[in-house]
Design a protein around this ligand. Sequence first.
Ligand SMILES: C[S@@+](CC[C@H](N)C(=O)[O-])C[C@H]1O[C@@H](n2cnc3c(N)ncnc32)[C@H](O)[C@@H]1O
Length: 238
Amino acid sequence: MLINVHIHQDRCILSLDSSGTSLHRRGYRQAMGAAPLKETLAAALLNMTNWDASLPFLDPLCGSGTLPIEASLKALNIAPGLFRKKFAFESFPDFDLELWQQLLTEAQNSKISELKSPIYGSDRDPNVLTQARGNAQRCGIAHQIKFTQTELSQIEAPADCGVLICNPPYGERLGNSQELGTLYKTLGDIFKQRFKGWTAFVLTGNKELAKKVGLRASHRIPVYNSSLACTLLKYELY
Ligand SMILES: C[S@@+](CC[C@H](N)C(=O)[O-])C[C@H]1O[C@@H](n2cnc3c(N)ncnc32)[C@H](O)[C@@H]1O
């Protein structure tokens, strides 16, 4: 059992760790690309966008598939904690195994079997797509997500309206700035030319790159990606 002690000036806070390993480790992601989003951040981004599962969803730079997988879990009402092998509270002296089994059964029975609208993920890199499919498989939802290998410049909107969310590289871990400038410009171009009727969100930690999108963001939400100050930019496309 882990007990955390925080002492600040004359105050001491004792807390019991009921989770164990970090909660973003849902347990389904064994494989990940070079700069994956934490599962919990991906889920929080989906909430911030107000995406509702009746609308098609696309991440055209999906990497190891975190956003499409979290979108599918949400749409199918699958409790993300179901994939964890163990929570620390299971070792508490008053842990009630029977109650826990009951809650797990309740969560299993609350799953929805079919998506209301399709969920898509694409990337140009076949290796990360293999990882994405493997991660989706471990959640039992591989058949629900349409993953395709597509270069961003070739992408077409799969429906008349929907929500697109992506986190392009922003130079901290991946890519050189000239290439990245072209990538952000391509995003803006395809939003304008091929995604009329959609709402697009781009998470970036680089203001200069964000300008290259060349469209006016209708909303900017400050978000921390670990310790990196980022912004979730919203573009209404019509
Ligand atoms: C920061 S990662 C996305 C990580 C992803 N959200 C995850 O959780 O794994 C950016 C992704 O964009 C992809 N990418 C970069 N340039 C691309 C392009 N021109 N066309 C398609 N995919 C591209 C990379 O292969 C990489 O997987």
